[in-house]
Design a protein around this ligand. Structure first.
Ligand code: PEP
Length: 252
């Protein structure tokens, strides 16, 4: 049985004060038995990680980073290593978010190095994959997603791949207000689970959590989460307010 996992990606938003207020607001909503029913994480910008970790202590909220660099240390100006993220108390890290792929220009090879470094350093990567609108329109969704997953997990054995959460985020649905229908998302999630079974066997495929991301909101979260292969949500815009984020994770 996979425990639902809802994560908020704050992207390049918030400041120190509003970050703390948001974590406190989320914590107030993560009460009672909801904590047993869903894993909740937030991914603030690097500079607020330490204070968010501190505000999230004992609340049940896990903290993730939005990115990392794969090298251990050295002359990599502006970059942040796995050890640094562990040092400030992160548990998770997003790898290959669509904005890093399509705005910053990250390749599958670089993303694979990041996923590998995260696992080696004891972080839990959330590997984000998803097709562009023109790729969906050309009937290439499965091909694109399969390539991203095979490349993202390249070189990982089953034990290491167990640490990975996959987030299926169709690029055309991110920040656009246009979510994939639950059926469209389920179709790709089932394909991803089948691919994981082919790559690593049934056990890993059944244990791996696959989140959907792309304009998830309180009013569509329940229906998305009811799909058999959707195990959680990666939420952007709607994770910036405690009430909308809570309404989403409460809908599990
Ligand atoms: C995201 O940033 O991963 C995301 C899904 O954003 P939004 O929910 O705003 O579409």
């Amino acid at each position: 049985m996979r425990k639902p996992f809802v994560a908020g990606n704050w992207k390049m938003n918030m400041d120190g004060e509003s970050s703390i207020a948001l974590v406190k607001g989320i914590a107030a909503e993560l009460d009672g038995d909801i904590r047993e029913r869903v894993d909740v994480a937030v991914c603030p910008p690097f500079v607020y990680l330490a204070e968010v970790v501190s505000a999230a202590r004992s609340t049940g909220i896990a903290v993730g980073a939005q990115d990392l660099y794969f090298e251990k240390n050295g002359a990599f100006t502006g970059e942040i290593s796995t050890a640094m993220l562990k040092d400030v108390g992160c548990n998770y890290v997003l790898c290959g978010h669509s904005e890093r792929r399509h705005v910053i220009g990250e390749t599958d090879e670089l993303i694979n190095k990041k996923v590998t470094a995260a696992i080696s350093g004891g972080l839990l990567p959330i590997l984000c994959v998803g097709e562009l609108l023109e790729q969906r329109d050309a009937g290439k969704t499965e091909e694109v997603v399969e390539k991203q997953i095979r490349a993202g997990l390249a070189g990982l054995n089953e034990a290491r791949a167990m640490a990975v959460t996959i987030a299926y985020e169709p690029v055309w649905a991110i920040g656009t207000g246009r979510n994939a229908t639950p059926q469209q998302a389920q179709e790709v999630h089932a394909m991803i689970r089948g691919l994981l079974a082919e790559m690593y066997g049934q056990k890993l495929a059944e244990q791996t959590r696959i989140q959907y991301g792309g304009s998830a909101k309180p009013d569509n979260a329940g229906e998305l989460l009811r799909q058999p292969d959707i195990d959680g949500l990666l939420v952007g815009g709607a994770s910036l307010k405690a009430d909308s984020f809570a309404a989403i994770f409460r809908s599990v």
